[in-house]
Design a protein around this ligand. Structure first.
Ligand code: TZP
Ligand code: MG
Length: 222
């Protein structure tokens, strides 16, 4: 009897330095320029995060970033909006606990989409264990002025506890800079997500390269 093997999915892997965009912090340099510089510096994944942009310009921005990142094989993830991810043929979505449920997101986006889920409480971590997601966004690891409507920060101890329990790759986010990027990797994260330390940097390429160097050093030590 011929056994039919389930077809392996071909989702892009999320690892290393993960840039999350903030248009306001990019200032007059423009989002695409900052994203391009960050990728030159070593960002291996980009999440387009727009909280106030109407749908049409959001889709247009996502398409421009997709055209920029696709040839570089850097995955583009869209925050919250499955419709924008589909419209721009992005690689996936990052969703929070109040957003589209993960099982429905998977059904709508298909087996090859990257789906990231924010976890803010231990209950979120436990529930995620049964979900078909590609990574957990451990949010926030440290308190940050970039996002203040968060639950209590996990700290490095929380990150280590999640690493010991969860089977999912972990993306640490919140208050990460060159000064603590190695710490979050050594505490259990696979990936460090950064907003202000790159988007607000006077030299985003250098900022990304400095953080990436810390991540690489820590990954080799693990
Ligand atoms: N989610 C949890 S913390 C955060 C998001 C989007 C913002 C992180 O910003 P920064 O500037 O890297 O601390
Ligand atoms: Mg959200």
């Amino acid at each position: 009897m011929t056994m039919i093997q389930p077809r392996a999915h071909s989702r892009k892997k999320i690892a290393g330095l993960y840039l999350v965009t903030d248009r306001a912090l990019c200032g007059n340099r423009g989002l695409e320029e900052v994203v391009s510089l960050a990728v030159q510096g070593g960002a291996a994944c980009v999440q387009l995060r727009e909280k106030d942009l109407p749908t049409r310009p959001f889709v247009e921005e996502a398409k421009r970033l997709k055209a920029l990142l696709s040839p570089l094989r850097v995955p583009l993830i869209i925050n919250d909006r499955l419709d924008v991810a589909l419209a721009a043929e992005a690689d996936g979505v990052h969703i929070g606990q109040e957003d589209m449920p993960c099982d429905i997101a998977r059904r709508l986006l298909g087996p090859n989409a990257v789906i990231g889920l924010s976890v803010e409480t231990w209950e979120d971590v436990e529930a995620a264990e049964l979900m078909d997601v590609d990574y957990l966004g451990v949010s926030p690891v440290f308190a940050t002025p970039t996002k203040t409507d968060t639950k209590a920060p996990w700290g490095l101890e929380g990150l280590t506890r999640i690493r010991a329990y969860s089977s999912h790759p972990l993306v640490a986010i919140g208050g990460i800079s060159r000064d603590n990027a190695a710490d979050v990797i050594l505490a259990g994260a696979d990936c460090a997500a950064v907003v202000s330390a790159i988007c607000a940097a006077s030299d985003p390429r250098m900022a990304a390269a400095d953080i990436q160097a810390e991540i690489s050093w820590a990954l080799k030590k693990k």
